[in-house]
Design a protein. Structure first.
Length: 271
């Protein structure tokens, strides 16, 4: 930009760049180059943005000191905001028209709605925003859109574990795992070049019953000498209470369906 622009315009431009690129660090030099203003002036603009975001609970504008430092947008939600999103989801899901014979609930319209999915992704990502995570991992297929959004929020790559190997992905590591709900032996596969040794990953999924898939992912990551530092799911079942994994984060708890009363028993997951 060659001409001087107003402070209002500068604040709007900086805010747009930060919000559209969560957890990506921008230096003051970057904004100085594109806006043609001194860093001291831009620092004052950023202070205004920071105050507004804090006042209206829009996330946080974080600063990193030093020569390699800068600023970034942390889209952290408050506990109350997450609670409101969970209540909204419960209202959406607890609709008798969603009941499918056999004890199932129709959820596709929720998991493929970008607006709803973004709220879910922010809720799942919030506990992990300050943690060192290198990759978001999910298993095909329903969890892929959600995992992409979580990866965008965390500003890290996303990896899909396949249910069978793909020739186009080269050499793969395959693993059999026990699906805790059905007690069936299933297979998962991941290309050897997908994850470097020592990587830290966050596993994202839409649903957990007994935790068999999460346990399988954890064991698969060990084969890559990688570490699962978090497991986050949208919904977990109330039973079995004891899962195959001990630590996980779930937004909602599912306690079955009463088909006779046409009631879906879905609640906010308590700790």
């Amino acid at each position: 930009m060659g001409k001087k622009i107003s402070r209002t315009d500068r604040i709007a431009i900086i805010t747009k760049i930060l919000v559209e690129n969560p957890n990506k660090i921008f230096t003051l030099n970057y904004f100085s180059d594109i806006l043609n203003y001194a860093k001291s002036t831009l620092s004052e603009d950023i202070d205004v943005i920071e105050d507004v975001f804090e006042k209206f609970e829009l996330g946080e504008i974080k600063s990193l000191p030093g020569a390699a430092g800068g600023i970034y947008y942390n889209p952290k939600l408050t506990d109350n905001q997450i609670e409101n999103i969970c209540n909204e989801l419960c209202t959406l899901i607890n609709d008798k028209s969603r009941i499918i014979p056999g004890g199932y609930v129709y959820m596709n319209d929720i998991f493929y709605n970008p607006d709803i999915l973004q709220k879910i992704a922010k809720s799942l990502a919030t506990p992990y925003l300050e943690k060192k995570i290198d990759y978001v991992v999910t298993i095909e297929t329903k969890g892929i859109p959600l995992a992409i959004m979580v990866a965008k929020i965390l500003n890290i790559p996303m990896i899909v574990v396949r249910k069978s190997p793909r020739l186009t992905e080269g050499t793969t590591i395959q693993m059999n795992y026990l699906a805790g709900s059905s007690r069936r032996i299933n297979t998962m596969a991941l290309a050897k070049r997908s994850i470097p040794k020592g990587a830290k990953v966050l596993f994202i999924d839409d649903f957990m019953k007994a935790g068999g898939t999460a346990k399988g992912i954890t064991d698969l990551m060990k084969e890559f000498e990688a570490e699962v530092v978090g497991i986050a799911v949208v919904m977990s079942t109330k039973t079995p209470k004891e899962k195959l994994i001990n630590e996980y984060y779930s937004l909602l708890e599912f306690d079955g369906i009463d088909e006779k009363e046409e009631q879906i028993n879905i609640y906010r997951k308590t700790k």
